[in-house]
Each structure stands twice: as structure tokens, then as C-alpha cells.
Design a protein around this ligand. Structure first.
Ligand code: G3P
Ligand code: CA
Length: 314
């Protein structure tokens, strides 16, 4: 089954049939899905329109967005829950940090997204850290990302740390669902040029999304250090009640390759992360690593920083 149950952008024109509320494609079992991780983030600063543009040029089927929420309640595209790694926030807002204690008892300064309005965030340079040629590019809102990608690839939004926002009274699930409804993208097949797949490490949020947006595919992410990383069949059966696929760290699949078949037998897709040219584990190249996972282990899709190196065929 696997990816054949997913809406794949290139296959959708004239190739979709409806089965209940979930669109099925007529994809061959060898069709694999390329998700540009944070855009083409090996070559351009992650989660900027520059990285998304390159992902489209490199043929991504889906472009991933990690989502955060500003102080004034706007969804933006950012991996971290704070701004200091990928922007010049330290320089622009030197006093606006909070101190948090981290492992070893050390204090760490964090410029949290939730403490800044969108207009403040738009003052930040989100590209200079990556390279001078990207200096001055901004963090996009999710709406800007949707407008930019729509028609050319699918969207693969991740709800990042929704429990942290929940504690502040911010309902990330509602924000995501409202945005998709406003854009007419809240139903599978609504725009065949722009399929949407939701993802999160947070089980509660995925369960809520299953209620709010029941026809959209949902991928449950599983980290390598997750206590449930040895994924039993009974856990897979439980996951299948609220998600349509799993997104395990690639080390999990490498350690238990039979997981792919076990998930497929329960109707779950398998989408490991993250494949990058500067982090290939036992493989000489990222192409070889992706090829092994796609065509030897049989995963359906994968997240990569290097969309241009995705092997389409066995
Ligand atoms: O969403 C899949 C993968 O991106 C999860 O890891 O930390 O890069 O969001 P991270
Ligand atoms: Ca992610």
C-alpha cells in the first residue's frame, strides 16, 4: 500500500480516484516522494523563500514547513522555538532574551518566538548566518509560504512544540486548521496541485488534527531517543487510530528495517528523516543512503536537505 494512498502532486492530474473521503493515486509502488526538508536547506538558509524556491527548482514533491507562533498569534516558518540560531536577533533586540537553565546547570539566553510580534520578527535577517548572498532575507509567515509554494508542490507543515504554545493559551492546532480552511486546503484533494500532509511529534495534537481535518494525511514523528523508538506492532496499531503514517528518525528504521513492512501491513506510510550530504551514516554519499532506504528498505518518502540528489528510480 504505502505511498499509493498519498496524494502525489505529479500524479494527481488525471490520476486520482476517490475512495471514501481519502484520495488515492494510481502511483506505481516504485514511486517515491521527495520532501524538501526546511526547503533545499543544504544550499540556502532553512525556512526562507530562497530555500523554498530552490526546493521547487530541484523538483520537490512537498516542501516542509516547521511552524511557530508569534506573540500576536501569527504562524511563521521556523524550526526552533527561539530566534538566535538562524537570525541576528541578538544584535537587533539585545535585551529581549529569557534565561533558561539547561543540562549541566548552565544558563542559556533564548529569544523566544512567542515573545516577539510579527513586525518585530520581520526586522530580523534570517539569511546572513548562512551566507552573505542571503543577507536580509526574512522569516516567512506560513501564509507567505503557502502563497509561494501553492501550485508547484505540496505542503508538509509540522506543528513544532504545540504543548509549549498550549501552556501560553495558544491553540496551534486551531491556527493550522483555520489557515488551511481559509486557503481552501483543508480537505484531501481540494487542490490537486497542492496536497497537504500534516506532521508532529506531539500525539495529542495529531489526535486533535484527526478530528479537525479528518481527510488530510497525518504523519506521527518518532525521535531516535524516544522511549518508544522500538516500535511494537501494538504501538503501530495505536498510531494507526490517529495517523496515516509514521515519520521515524532514520536510525530507527536502520535498527529495525522490518518496521517498514510491519507499518505497511497496518496501512501506515513510512517517511524517515533526515537525509543530508553532511550527515550520511554508513554510506559514501547521500544518494546511496537515500537509495538504500527507498529501494532496499522500501520506505515511501523521505525528508532531505538535498532535494537535487534524491534518486527517483531503483
Ligand atoms: O519533520 C521531520 C523532521 O524535520 C523532524 O526533525 O527537528 O528537523 O524538525 P526536525
Ligand atoms: Ca520538521
Amino acid at each position: 500500500m504505502a505511498i499509493s494512498a498519498w496524494p502525489r502532486r505529479r500524479l494527481l492530474a488525471g490520476a486520482v480516484v476517490a475512495l471514501g473521503a481519502v484520495p488515492l493515486t494510481l502511483a506505481q509502488s516504485n514511486e517515491k516522494t521527495l520532501i524538501a526538508h526546511r526547503g533545499a536547506s543544504a544550499y540556502a538558509p532553512e525556512h526562507t523563500l530562497a530555500a523554498y524556491r530552490l526546493a521547487l527548482e530541484q523538483g520537490a514533491d512537498y516542501v516542509e514547513q516547521d511552524l511557530g507562533v508569534t506573540r500576536d498569534g501569527v504562524l511563521i516558518c521556523l524550526h526552533d522555538t527561539s530566534l538566535e540560531r538562524t537570525t541576528d536577533v541578538r544584535r537587533v533586540f539585545p535585551g529581549r532574551f529569557v534565561e533558561e537553565r539547561v543540562a549541566g546547570g548552565r544558563l542559556r539566553q533564548r529569544w523566544r518566538v512567542q515573545d516577539f510580534t510579527l513586525s518585530e520578527i520581520k526586522r530580523l535577517d534570517a539569511g546572513g548566518w548562512f551566507g552573505d548572498e542571503f543577507a536580509g532575507v526574512q522569516i516567512p509567515t506560513w501564509q507567505e509560504a503557502i502563497d509561494f509554494i501553492r501550485g508547484d508542490a505540496g505542503l508538509f507543515p509540522e506543528l513544532k512544540s504545540p504543548a509549549e504554545y498550549d501552556a501560553l493559551g495558544i491553540d496551534m492546532v486551531a491556527l493550522v486548521a483555520d489557515t488551511l480552511r481559509r486557503n481552501g486546503l483543508d480537505m484531501a484533494g481540494a487542490d490537486p496541485t497542492t496536497p497537504v500532509i500534516l506532521q508532529s511529534f506531539d500525539e495529542t495534537s495529531l489526535r486533535q488534527l484527526a478530528e479537525a481535518l479528518p481527510t488530510l494525511p497525518r504523519v506521527f514523528l518518532i525521535g531516535a531517543r524516544d522511549p518508544n523508538a522500538a516500535i511494537t506492532n501494538s504501538r503501530l496499531r495505536e498510531i494507526a487510530t490517529f495517523a496515516s503514517g509514521i515519520g521515524p528518525a532514520k536510525a530507527i528504521v536502520a535498527a529495525q528495517p522490518e518496521l517498514v513492512d510491519r507499518a505497511h501491513r497496518l496501512g501506515l506510510t513510512v517517511t524517515p528523516y533526515t537525509f543530508r550530504s553532511n550527515g550520511t551514516d554508513r554510506f559514501p554519499t547521500v544518494e546511496a543512503e537515500m537509495h538504500h532506504f527507498l529501494f532496499t528498505l522500501g520506505v515511501d518518502a523521505l525528508f532531505t536537505d538535498n532535494p537535487d540528489r534524491f534518486p527517483r528510480r531503483p
